[in-house]
Design a protein around this ligand. Sequence first.
Ligand code: NAP
Length: 543
Amino acid sequence: MAQEKSQVRSRAQSYDVVVVGAGFSGLYMLHRLRQAGETVRVFEAGTSVGGTWFWNRYPGARVDIESQEYAYSFSPELDEEWKWTERYAAQPELLAYLNHVADRFDLRPDIQLETRVTSAVWDDAARRWTVTTNRGDQVSARHVVMATGCLSTPKEDAELPGSDSFKGPSWHTGRWPEEGVDFTGMRVGVIGTGSSAIQAIPQIAAQAAHVTVFQRTPNFSVPAHNGPVDPAVVADWAANRAQYRKEARETGFGIRYIGASETPALSVSEAARAAEYEERWRYGGFALLGAYADLVMDPAANATAAEFVRGKIAEIVKDPTVAEKLAPKTYPIGAKRICVDTGYYATFNRDNVSLVDLTEEPIERVTPAGVKTSAREYEVDAIVYAIGFDAMTGALDKIDIRGKGGVRLKDAWAAGPGTYLGLLVAGFPNLFLVTGPGSPSVLCNMAVAIEQHVEWISDCIAWMSARQAGSIEATAAAQDDWVAHVNEVADSTIFPLANSWYLGANVPGKPRVFMPYIGGFPVYRDKCNEVAAAGYDGCVVTA
Ligand code: NAP
């Protein structure tokens, strides 16, 4: 780390672009902008690059999209030289990959680590942003790119009353200590049963004396069937990589391995459906959701897939009462992101794992000795808060971003985030969001979504530089139309039927607005390209 810090190239006070964040988005953003001849400073809060894969190092953390697809595609040489070892890469390998990218493209000199951006203020007369950090930097930039991530601001454990009174150690999965945690001999309470918990619980249970899982809402989870990468897959990808990447970009979710069908679920017999689901369950991961074209559109079609997974839970979990509690029944499958697990349901067959159903006995408070529900107190030695994130807007809300007239972004978004294409915000000139609300982002393979955004943004900045344009800003009308479209498309699907973080429903008091764009990656990409080709239609560009 010390070596990384010492590589910072200069402390100039003026840049063409400031990029906030050095994860998947920020690294490629820096590379592209530098190639375009722009001067760039990247600020990153972590002690290393890596973003999500730097912070989320809880036991069992791994990607839920097959490694071959969850990688940059912009450099064929990078693709050829990097060899994934597992079908679904684990966090250390993903972090190593991103560090490799930083080295391979000599990115570190322009990245300032351990530095959190605290404010960004637009000066309309100068047509520039002033960016300040918690380390006392104050720099000027023509453009600011927020590469701050969709799931990078953990929810505070203070949401649970009494959390500060707990006598033992506690950790949020999204802020896991770099040195790791040894659970040997501990009684551990895990609060939450989302993707993070579902990956962590089997690993913690294998080590701890006892694990008590506090479940508010059960999740649908599909086995990953993880393992070493099959050499035949590696060879196949090596021979067909460009084609496969192209195919991924033509699917709605930007994921080739889903194997999206065009057949409606109810157009085939029950036996045919059962066979199809079984085959996809055996394949693992998100493939299940690709079984039929209408699973995320038609509640009746969706119910067939949900019932299939509930049947699997009942088969795996030996105690029927526990199985029943683990089976989601209150929302459609896929309306919350499906979890991809390794041995999650079977973990509840272990003697040292117990499940507390918070719908029957809600948590009243965390106590010095453990967790007290309405029924009793559960004594634990350590607590894992797997309670999720203030998604999509949380990281932006934490920065004091002020646009034209000193308006704060947080205030402009008080009723929900408004963007044009998830990329630009009316009233905030020269501010770009990578995978912002209103773009496919988390409903797409993030590697695909990020590359498309980074390329659109760098092309836009290059276009402006070539014309010596002072600023670009979405019009309020174009933004309003886009937000209406995002909502209209979401309302035609099953997605708004769950209290998910897609809607902000997981954060008390957050406005309920469906944030990602569910119209499908290719449709969205084509729209972005049309906007650019028309000289940034829907935007005002000033000299
Ligand atoms: P999450 O999906 O939001 O899950 C948080 C869990 O904590 C939920 O079970 C939630 O219950 C519970 N919870 C939240 N606040 C609570 C409270 N006050 N009291 C009791 N329970 C509470 O968060 P996550 O598991 O960190 O995952 C977030 C997203 O990150 C995923 O959807 C995925 O996109 C991504 N992720 C991906 C992977 C991967 O496989 N690559 C791994 C981890 C995360 P409710 O459902 O009732 O709110």
